[in-house]
Write a protein that binds this ligand. Structure first.
Ligand code: ADP
Ligand code: MG
Length: 867
């Protein structure tokens, strides 16, 4: 509610309006304009006085596979193409004007696509005045006789209203009259043909129940919101034809009652419909000029015409306005012609125009959003913030939706096919708007004075005038009481009738009386002159005061202008920062999304890592198990091999013992042969190892060739006619090997140990020797030699050949086969053979009578391999 109740020292608290919880929905009316002359297809049909139906145009229907589409929209009332401006006014704007006069606020706006008839509805044309001129007319028809003198009500610069005393008001009026530019009283000025006859007199209408005991004043402002900047269309700027100043934008402020207002906006006090409409037309012209100069399109701006009605009760006499600003009530009616509701694409805007269009759409979008949020809050009981501040239009009208007042909207539609899609959007928004509710304005409180004061005062004045007139002569209606008093102050005239020529009483009496009167008049004139000079000086003093005050005011205005500029700059800065913050928010959003993606990645990678770690753990434990098993196997194998080695060592020891024994045997035989001649009959004895004192080393490696006297040449024994005779020596330690390879020598003397007797009878010797080889098989070697007779008469055996017979285990056999496959060049084989051959080709000889061990002699026999 726009009610100003303020002052430095209020005498009583401002009259609080009773809180109101009654609500009314926003009244939405639909007006369908006639189809233009160039348009053929009609897409809208009024099907009842509350419902319209939209049909998709033919072109669109074809596009949608012939799908037939009809939609219906319902409103408080639908006005068809034949509706007159008056009918519309009666239903839509009259109640709002009625409310205004009763101190309540109202907001009326026209909404629709460009060309749908918004301006026609709001402003109209001569002969077809729209809602605005009709509302103004109704106001003045209603309050005309009850208007206060000009400047009794005076708006302050904070959206408040003050009451001036009679003198201040008079001075202001005189100042106004002295300014020639301002038109004089309405009846003397000419009427602009452009807006003449907007309303015919017979259509005049009047509000009911106007409070006659109040005094009224109407103030109008006219602003344009273009590109989200507010311009004052009534601001009087000195025109500079050389360098025209661009219009300065205004800012919105909140007054102490939390109502929004345009700071520093011109408010013109108007006293008649004509004057008001002339002011409107002045603003309209200015708007047109600015649009042409700046190449703007008026359909892209919102225009707001604000009618403020100030009213205050008359004093107890019913003569003057009560000098109490707390008793002043200000109500306002906003008439808004919104920008065309169309999408950017339709306007085919580019560059700057595109930005403008964007802003227009933005402000309408904000309006839509605000309405949507309001509706949601009201219907769902939520408490969402309504973004009024996002655009100037919504910010300015915040109080209507938040506070109280009547809100009405006329949705204008053009039924032509081109508009169809836009119209659909408009309809949806309009239908939704009806669901928003606004607190109903309450009746203003009645002041404490008795009703009918104005009438009584009027009646009194009329009576006085009549009486004075009766007394004779025209009377200055302004001061009948003073004149009366003056007339009574003079001494009454004596009877002036002269009785006869000798009457010398009457004339002198008359002369005396007249002289007396003349004296009184002189006195009065003097008195008056004195008072007049006094008053003059007082007035001059007052004038001086006023002048100085005006200077102060001028100064303050300058400061205010600077402050306004500063505020404007700051506002721009805020806008810039807001844009930046939006940009940053957008960036944050993107970063947030990126972070989310990375976190998702991180989580999946961590999961994978965990699963891999588990696998690793499993594999490690598997490995440890395997290691333990390997350890076990290794130690098992080691043990096995240790045993095996031991076994082989034992076998080798046995073999070595055997060899040693063979050598011992040979040595013994040699000894026997040596000693044969001397002790023919001495029996050969097997010497104990202790006795032999043969160093074990000898069997291990060949000792260097004997350095003693050269061996005597051996003489081969002559062969007997009967063939060769063999000494077959088989030690008792030998194992019987049941094989076909058993040497079988016919005609041989078999001995367990060689003796002189056997040797003397034979010329060949063979020793069957068994040993366990490194691969575990038993090797049987047939060591063959020839028997020679020594010079001393003894026998000597020279070994000529070694045959090797092998008894194999299956494992050894496979291994052996493998080694034979590797061929004779193979190193280990060579080594083996060398070893065997070395042994083969060694003749064991011992000199007769020598105590030294047997020496080895290489005889260079060809190497042979026996199966
Ligand atoms: P807007 O302000 O929505 O862009 P206008 O009010 O300027 O549209 O209307 C465009 C044209 O249509 C004007 O020439 C106007 O006279 C005409 N027009 C609009 N509404 C009506 C109506 N209800 N009856 C007759 N003519 C109309
Ligand atoms: Mg228009």
């Amino acid at each position: 509610m726009i009610r100003q109740a303020k002052g430095k020292t209020p005498r009583r608290p401002p009259p609080k309006k009773p809180s109101n919880n009654q609500k009314d929905p926003v009244g939405v009316y639909c007006r369908v304009r006639p189809l233009g002359a160039d348009d053929e297809e009609c897409c809208i049909e009024v099907i009842s006085n509350t419902t319209i139906q939209l049909h998709a145009p033919d072109g669109l229907k074809a596009n949608r596979n012939g799908e037939f589409k009809e939609t219906q929209y319902s409103f408080k009332k639908v006005f068809g193409i034949k509706t007159t401006q008056r009918e519309l006014f009666e239903d839509v704007a009259k109640p709002l004007t009625q409310d205004l006069i009763h101190g309540k606020n109202g907001l009326l706006f026209t909404y629709g696509v460009t060309g749908s008839g918004k301006t026609h509805t709001m402003t109209g044309s001569p002969g077809q005045g729209g809602l605005l001129p009709r509302s103004l007319d109704m106001i003045f028809n209603s309050i005309g006789p009850y208007q206060a003198k000009r400047y009794v009500f005076k708006p302050d610069d904070k959206n408040g209203m003050e009451v001036q005393n009679q003198v201040d008001a008079l001075l202001d009026r005189q100042k106004r009259d002295s300014q020639t530019s301002v038109p004089k009283t309405p009846n003397t000025r000419r009427v602009d043909p452009e807006f003449a006859d907007m309303i015919s007199p017979e259509e005049a209408c009047k509000a009911e129940g106007v409070d006659e005991d109040s005094s009224y004043s109407v103030f109008v402002s006219y602003i344009e919101i273009y590109n989200n900047y507010i311009y004052d269309l009534l601001e009087e700027t000195p025109f500079d034809p050389i360098k025209p100043k661009p219009p300065q934008s205004k800012i919105l402020r909140e007054d102490q009652n939390h109502n929004m207002y345009v700071a520093g906006c011109t408010e013109v006090e108007v006293k008649s419909t004509e004057e008001a409409f002339e002011v409107f037309w002045r603003g309209q012209k200015k708007r047109r000029i600015a649009n042409t100069q700046l190449n703007r399109e008026s359909s892209r701006s919102h225009s707001v015409f604000i009618v403020k009605l100030a009213q205050a009760p008359l004093d107890a006499d019913g003569d003057n306005v009560l000098q109490d600003k707390n008793q002043v009530n200000v109500s306002q009616l906003c008439l808004v012609d919104l920008a065309g509701s169309e999408r950017t694409s339709r306007t085919r805007a580019e560059g700057n125009r595109l930005r403008e269009a964007g802003n227009i759409n933005q402000s309408l979008m904000t309006l839509r959003t605000c309405i949507e949020v309001l509706r949601e809050n009201q219907m769902c009981g939520t408490n969402k913030m309504v973004p009024y501040r996002d655009s100037k239009v919504t910010h300015l009208f915040k109080n209507y939706f938040d506070g109280e007042g009547k809100v009405r909207m006329v949705v204008c539609v053009n039924p032509k096919a081109d508009d169809y899609e836009e119209t659909l959007l408009v309809m949806r928004f309009a239908e939704m708007t009806q669901e928003v509710e606004v607190a109903r304005p309450v009746d203003r409180p009645i002041c404490g004075f008795a009703a009918g004061r104005r009438q009584r005062n009027q009646a009194f004045k009329e009576e006085l005038t009549r009486r004075l007139e009766e007394r004779g002569g025209p009377v200055d209606g302004d001061c009948p009481t003073v004149l009366n008093q003056l007339l009574q102050a003079f001494p009454p005239l004596p009877p002036c009738e002269i009785s006869g020529p000798n009457d010398d009483v009457t004339l002198p009496r008359l002369i005396e009386a007249l002289e007396k009167r003349h004296k009184i008049r002189q006195m009065m004139i003097e008195e008056y002159n004195k008072t007049a000079t006094m008053l003059k000086s007082v007035l001059q003093e007052q004038d001086g005061n006023i002048l100085s005050k005006e200077n102060v005011i001028q100064e303050q205005r300058g400061k205010l202008g600077e402050k306004d500029k500063m505020l404007h700059n700051q506002k721009n800065e805020i806008d810039r920062l807001e844009k930046k913050s939006k940009m940053l928010e957008y960036k944050i959003d993107i970063l947030q999304k990126t972070t989310n993606i990375y976190e998702e990645d991180k989580r999946s990678l961590q999961n994978e890592l965990e699963s891999r770690e588990q696998r690793l753990q499993r594999e490690m434990s598997e490995k440890r198990r395997m290691e333990a098993r390997m350890q076990g196997m290794v130690s098992d194998t080691k043990l096995k091999w240790e045993k095996e080695c031991e076994r082989r060592v034992n076998a080798k020891q046995l073999e070595m013992q055997n060899k040693l024994w063979v050598k011992d045997e040979k040595l013994k035989q040699l000894k026997a042969i040596v000693t044969e001649g001397k002790t023919e009959n001495r029996q050969p004895q097997r010497p104990s190892r202790e006795k032999d004192k043969v160093p074990p080393k000898r069997s291990a490696s060949p000792s260097p060739a004997p350095t003693g006297p050269p061996v005597r040449p051996l003489h081969r024994r002559s062969h007997s006619a009967g063939g060769e005779r063999w000494v077959d020596h088989k030690p008792t330690t030998n194992v019987d090997l049941d094989t076909v390879m058993q040497p079988n020598i016919p005609n041989a003397i078999k001995v367990n140990a060689p003796n002189e007797k056997a040797l003397s009878k034979c010329d060949k010797y063979v020793l069957t020797h068994q040993e366990v080889a490194s691969d575990g098989e038993i090797q049987t070697k047939l060591i063959k030699g020839e028997v020679f007779k020594t010079r001393g008469g003894g026998q000597s055996v020279q070994f000529t050949d070694i045959e090797t017979l092998k008894q194999e285990t299956p494992v050894a056999a496979s291994r052996k086969r493998r080694s034979s496959e590797s061929g004779p060049d193979s190193e280990p084989m060579e080594g083996n053979w060398t070893d065997v051959e070395t042994r083969c080709s060694v003749a064991v000889e011992m000199r007769a009578g020598s105590n030294l061990g047997p020496g080895y002699q290489h005889h260079g026999y060809t190497k042979r391999r026996k199966p």
